[in-house]
Design a protein around this ligand. Sequence first.
Ligand SMILES: N[C@@H](CCC(=O)N[C@@H](CS)C(=O)NCC(=O)O)C(=O)O
Length: 207
Amino acid sequence: MKLYGYWRSSSAWRVRLGLGLKGLDYDYVAVHLKNGEQLGDEHGARNPLHQVPVLELDDGTRLTQSLAILEWLEETHPEPALLPAAPLARARCRALAEIVNSGIQPVQNLSVLLAVQALGGDRMAWGRQAIQRGLEAMETHVSGLDTPFLCGEAPTLADILLVPQLYNARRFACDLSTVPTLTAVEARCEALPVFQAAHPSAQPDAF
Ligand SMILES: N[C@@H](CCC(=O)N[C@@H](CS)C(=O)NCC(=O)O)C(=O)O
């Protein structure tokens, strides 16, 4: 398998975590987002939305959208599970993941920030308020958590989405004192070798 990503892309980071937790090997191909490499025809042929991640399977099939890729990984490699077993717990776990996937990240994605800037807005303030609001909603859902990770005893989709988003929160100077449960879970995740290997600073295109 080949993963097209970018060291600081939170969506590509999610897929690195999923592959790592499932114990799967892959080749990493960097697409330089800051240089606009994703906007060219070559990457457009991989993903018409001109985004990373793209996961290319050995038969050439290309998968896009990090959550769809993670769900595909879960279905094809069920162990270790990235979702709890019980239907209600699965729905709750997916809801936490969706707070990041559809409630935060799309609002602070690079192309949106550039559009905000082009309209005369403050891109950092824009991103900061979206991340702060979303993370505080997530914190409310999980306050009083009695497990080490967001949905149980091991990392799941919710933790996979959380950790890269907290990294972005710091880049945007969010106030993380209001989300203590989330930062405590993050610390537990970051103690795990899989999370360390997937970190942006460990990627070959990091600068
Ligand atoms: N919903 C998509 C989001 C993908 C996405 O927003 N990727 C960003 C990096 S995190 C990107 O490629 N941005 C390039 C751009 O905005 O030009 C997913 O989860 O895969």
